[in-house]
Design a protein around this ligand. Sequence first.
Ligand code: S3P
Length: 175
Amino acid sequence: PNTEGPGPRIVLVGPPGSGKSTVGAALAERWHLALRDTDSDVETTVGKTIPEIFFDDGEPAFRELERAAVAAAVAEHDGVLALGGGAVLDERTQRVLADYEHGGGVVVFLDVTLTHAAPRVGFNQSRPLLLGNPRAQWQALMEARRPVYERVATMRVLTDGLRPADVAEAIEGEL
Ligand code: S3P
């Protein structure tokens, strides 16, 4: 990576349980950069947790907040940015990411299989989209989204069995 300038500009995308937060933290530590996370940005803006927003206001309201959070974060942030797993489904967000890549930013798809995602996600109440039959929901969600993750990303890293620090090293090696 370029050590002269402000450092690498990286956006992490991928499904729940792909390690966006932990890999983001490992990259931020490795490069002494700040880590920003759009899920946290939305929660801070609204003053509610994500499950509260889903249940009180509905998914469309969440997606609207998320779109604004991603646009602001991409525009303002130099460093490592982790997106919520569904953020890339939004067409305006896809354009924001395409512009970001044209400007030298790198979008990394953290790929993962269910077996490895399941223990990371824990399939608890914090993911409203995975309630009911979490494993089947996750599979369906990943199947539907995989083409989008692949299309928006500059780089794909299969994270199965890798520690966050190993994934960070793999990303650095590909830059
Ligand atoms: C979602 C993923 C979550 C969060 C929300 C919706 C999704 O983020 O944004 O629950 O649609 O995949 P993580 O990917 O960090 O779990």
